[in-house]
Design a protein around this ligand. Structure first.
Ligand code: AMP
Ligand code: MN
Ligand code: MN
Length: 319
C-alpha cells in the first residue's frame, strides 16, 4: 500500500467540502459498494457529496441504503473529484469524456494508468472496497452500518464470496470487523453473490447449451436473442462466467455477450498462474490477472474466433 498517497488522500478529504465521487459504467458490486461506502461516510461527517455513475444502478444493489442517492448527472461546483474502482477514464462514460480532471483515483486493477493527481492503487487488494475499508478510519471517517454493508458487499462480490485466488487472511479479518460494525453477511451473500432472477438462470440455459471446450479453454456466448427470449433486462451475462469457472479442467473461461449497440462484451476468467488481463489489454480492455474484460465492435460470429485464437496462443505461451 502506498502510504504517501494515503496521507495525501486524508489531507484532501479533510479539506474538501463539496465532493464528486464517481465509479465505472456497467457497475459491479465493488463499484457500487465503494461508491456508497466512501460517499455515505463522508456525508455523515457533514460533507456535501455527489455520488455519480453514467449508468443505472443495477436492481440487485438497490437494497443498499443510499443507493437511491446515486445520480447520473452532476454540476461542476465541487472542490474534489474522486474516481473509484476504475482503471482508465474511458470506463467512466460521460465523466471520462468531459475533460474532467481527477484529484483522487482509488483502485486495485493492475491495468490502472494512474490518471489522477493522487493515485492509490493497490493491486493486492481484492476489491477497491477493501482499500477504502482499511483506510477510511485513518482518513478520519466512521464506519456506520450502511457503510459497513456497502464495503462488505464490494469485497464479497469481487471475491465471489471469498473464493478467488487473491484471497488473504487479512480480508477475512477485515470482513469480521465490518460484521462487528453491523454488516449483514448472510443477507449480502444471498442478495449479491448467489441469488439470481428466474430470467437470469433461463438465459444461462441458452449460454450453457452452446458451451465449447478446447484443451484448457472453455467458452460460450450469449446473444441478444437469448436475452429477449429469457426476458432478461440487463446487458450483462448475469455472472454466467462464474459458472464456467466451476469446470474443473478449465484454465481460462471466456464468455462473449452480444450487446444491443453492435458491440460485444468479452469476459475472461483464469486459474492461478494464468494472466488474462494481458489478453484483455490487447483488445483495448483490462482487469486483473484472474478476471478481465473488454468491449469490441463488430459481429459476434466473427469476433469470437479472433479473440479465442489470441487467448489460446496466450495460454500456450504461458505454459
Ligand atoms: P467482467 O468480466 O466484466 O466481470 O470484468 C472483469 C474485470 O475486468 C473487472 O475487474 C473489470 O473491472 C475489468 N474490465 C471489464 N471490462 C473492461 C473494459 N472494457 N476495460 C477495462 N477493464 C475492464
Ligand atoms: Mn469493478
Ligand atoms: Mn473491483
Amino acid at each position: 500500500m502506498n502510504s504517501r498517497s494515503s496521507t495525501a488522500i486524508r489531507q484532501a478529504l479533510q479539506k474538501a467540502e463539496r465532493l464528486l465521487i464517481v465509479t465505472h459504467i456497467r457497475p459491479d458490486g465493488d463499484a457500487i459498494g465503494s461508491l456508497l461506502g466512501l460517499g455515505l461516510a463522508l456525508k455523515a461527517a457533514g460533507k456535501s457529496v455527489l455520488m455519480a455513475l453514467d449508468d443505472q444502478v443495477p436492481t440487485q444493489f438497490r437494497h443498499l441504503e443510499g443507493s437511491e442517492l446515486i445520480n447520473r448527472s452532476f454540476q461542476r461546483d465541487y472542490d474534489l473529484a474522486i474516481s473509484l474502482d476504475c482503471s482508465d477514464k474511458s470506463r467512466l462514460g460521460q465523466f471520462g469524456r468531459d475533460n474532467l480532471e481527477w484529484d483522487i483515483n482509488i483502485d486495485h486493477h493492475i491495468t490502472n494508468d494512474g490518471y489522477a493527481k493522487i493515485n492509490l492503487i493497490d493491486t493486492e487488494a481484492v476489491a477497491t472496497a477493501e482499500i477504502i475499508a482499511t483506510n477510511i478510519e485513518d482518513w478520519g471517517f466512521q464506519i456506520s452500518k450502511p457503510v459497513a454493508d456497502a464495503l462488505l458487499m464490494g469485497i464479497l462480490t469481487d471475491t465471489i464470496g471469498f473464493r478467488t485466488y487473491n484471497m488473504r487472511s487479512d480480508v477475512l479479518r477485515l470482513a469480521a470487523r465490518l460484521m462487528d460494525l453491523g454488516a449483514n453477511l448472510p443477507e449480502l451473500y444471498a442478495r449479491n453473490v448467489y441469488q439470481k432472477s428466474f430470467e437470469a438462470v433461463k438465459m444461462w440455459g441458452s449460454g450453457l447449451s452452446r458451451l465449447q471446450r478446447k484443451d484448457g479453454l472453455v467458452w460460450t456466448m450469449i446473444t441478444n436473442e437469448d436475452r429477449s427470449e429469457a426476458g432478461y433486462p440487463g446487458k450483462d451475462d448475469a455472472d454466467m462466467i462464474n459458472l464456467l469457472t466451476a469446470i474443473e479442467d478449465a484454465k481460462i473461461s471466456v464468455v462473449f455477450i452480444e450487446q444491443p449497440n453492435g458491440k460485444v462484451k468479452v469476459s475472461w476468467r483464469a486459474v492461478a498462474g494464468v494472466d488474462v488481463s494481458q489478453v484483455a489489454a490487447e483488445f483495448g480492455g483490462g482487469g486483473h490477472p484472474a478476471a478481465a474484460g473488454a468491449e469490441l465492435t463488430g459481429k459476434i460470429e466473427e469476433l469470437y474466433k479472433i479473440v479465442l485464437e489470441k487467448t489460446y496462443l496466450h495460454l500456450r505461451r504461458g505454459q
